[in-house]
Design a binder for this molecule. Sequence first.
Ligand SMILES: Nc1ncnc2c1ncn2[C@@H]1O[C@H](COP(=O)(O)OP(=O)(O)OP(=O)(O)O)[C@@H](O)[C@H]1O
Length: 577
Amino acid sequence: MKLLSTLMRRFGARLPLALCLGAVGAVAGLAVIALVNRLIAGTLAANAATFAGLGLALVLVFGCGFASQSVLTALGHRVVRDMRTTTVKRLLDTDIDRLEGIGAPALYATLTKDITAVGQAFNRLPFIFYNGILLGGGFAYLAWLSWQLFLMSAVVLGLAVACAQGWVFAMRRLMMEVRATDDRLFAGYRGAIEGRAELALNAARRAVFHRLDVEAAAEHARATETHADRYWVLSLSWTSLVILGLIVGLFIVGTHLGLAREQVAGFVLVLLFLRMPLNDLVGTLPILMAGGVALAKVESLNLAPYRAGFDVPGGLILVTAAPAGATAVPPPLFDLSGVTYDHPGQDGEAGFHLGPVDLSVPVGETLFIVGGNGGGKSTLLALLAGLRRPVGGHLRLGGVEVTDDLRGWHREQISAVLSPAYVFEHLVGPDGRLDQDLAQDFLRRLRMDHKVTIAEDRFSDTRFSQGQRKRLALLSAVVERRPILLLDEWAADQDPAFRRYFYEELLPELKRGGRTIIAVSHDDRFFHLADRVLRCDAGVLTPWQVPPADAGPAHSLGPTFNDGAPRASAPPGGRQQ
Ligand SMILES: Nc1ncnc2c1ncn2[C@@H]1O[C@H](COP(=O)(O)OP(=O)(O)OP(=O)(O)O)[C@@H](O)[C@H]1O
């Protein structure tokens, strides 16, 4: 029903037209049966007029059936196209927190399997409409032929449908179970693709992975699908049994009622004709159910509601642009007070707690954030980027408190190379216009001009090493010309010479260009190049201090090592940094 109402909403005007054409085609089909029926019974003369009528009916069967089904099929394909694009748009508009809660395998399963299942169901709808009209008209004709036999048929078919209800519900429940298994299967597919190198190196790991992450889910899906199919095959056999049983019953009852043999034979002929659309409808049941289950799954993901366009509520005004004639001291670029964030734990374990963070970052500062693994640096960066919503406290950007409706505006101030970095082929400048000179110049500085070219605002290639892809990601971020640049361990994958060049020349130049830079870094050799260095460990932000000389070399793991264990409780009050 949901599939139908979605189609109705989307194509209100064309749908009734296609249905009317389908109805004409179906009625013409019934007319052929009725005329043949009367010819057999001898109540209609086999003359030229009769055959002309039959010919016209056949033309209508073909013409209207073709027109109706092609319109409905085209509408079905449009619905699928719309569904693909709107689902991805909704995904783009959904909070990262929510997407992470759903998980990549479930998102892949929806984008591939669910949308395909809904598409298949929509594409069956024309045939369902057509068969529905055929059945409706057919039963009306049966009622006209003999109301007694029609009544008997209606009661028998009604009882048969009522008996089959239990199977239909069971089938739907099993299909939902199959769909839940799909998420596990997709997690397995993802592991096979993303972990291919690790798996290639270790046969024992491959065997364990295949047995536990793929075979187990595939076997569960097989067993559940087989179970569901059994109900479907049962429904098909049940339909055949009921129709054939009904025919036998009609002969007995017809004879008992003293109805003419021709009348009963005509009734049976139409019933046999209707067996085909009836079987078709039952045959379509699994496809329809899978579509319904898939549609319910898409809705259960709770993605952001669809909205057209990519405009940002709050506008695109950059925070560093001081209003004309302003004389007051500008507020800090970032001003965080008591900001907290919680990563949920799994299976009852405590999650990770960040904060409360009190932090003020003036415009133009270069701030390094350092600390041990799992200390919360990336989480803090995601909060500063507006990618995560603080659980508590206040985050002000350019003096403006960032509320939910301003989070889009907040993000528009940020360029970032996060970890892992994703490189898009297309480069996008402010207002969609790319500064070609800047792009080409930066490509040279990043020593990538011999590997890749930029033409028509896109990289000629993006299949490079980790460090090279990070250089392209930095270029993409720089040409956005935004006031704030966030970098998550950008230099970690760079060779020593380029790393030095990055810290000593590129970063200062970006700073001189007016950017405020906040970079997560482990490169203590270059900490002196930052305006300020803060340390984030176990979710607590503190000033970084040069390790005492006797504590070993500055790059020793000792003082900064952190086992990344999630913190169960909030630390005592944060400090203004
Ligand atoms: N998506 C997530 N879901 C649940 N917990 C998470 C998630 N991301 C991070 N965490 C938890 O938050 C903690 C901090 O992670 P974060 O990535 O911020 O650390 P980090 O300081 O950047 O570490 P590293 O230096 O290793 O990159 C981790 O210990 C981890 O347990």
